[in-house]
Ligand binder design. Sequence first.
Ligand code: ADP
Ligand code: MG
Length: 162
Amino acid sequence: MDNNFTLDLADEAATLAFGSTLGKAIIPNLTIYLHGDLGAGKTTLVRGLLQGLGFSGKVKSPTYTLVEPYENLTTENGLLNLYHFDLYRFNDEEEWESAGFRDYFNAESVCLIEWPEKAEHILPMPDIDIYFKIKPTGRDVHIDGHSLNAHACVKNIKELYS
Ligand code: ADP
Ligand code: MG
């Protein structure tokens, strides 16, 4: 199953555009890990994705809140709830249960997670890994899908870029 995709993102606008494309390709029931150093473009991608889905509010980085919810978003593939996690400061596994974060992972949601490495023992496995690499100018982004659901989404992305 050909489930990979690599793109060169020349500038911030390209990262936003890639996010918007991902928004058109997105389907519910996905856990997406976002990998890459600080400043690599993970939050920018989520911002582009939300803007592409017509969300006009401010997209805050959830560094302090751990998660920002965006519910009842209309997509080409139906309504979904999007949860944007940033686990950079995550250090309390009990909080994961007490805050009910586990419930955010369900058949109607898409969870995008920055710094999944900080909670690797409690997070659900990813359907899709997205890797950002900082280059002297711009970024490389590589998408790696693992599940059937991911395959459908990555196929949609490829069609949108072809
Ligand atoms: P992260 O969430 O990975 O820490 P952010 O998205 O918050 O990173 O910040 C990325 C920074 O890099 C922002 O200043 C953004 O404008 C910039 N940026 C995003 N994409 C690109 C790109 N493709 N090329 C150059 N700069 C980018
Ligand atoms: Mg970020």
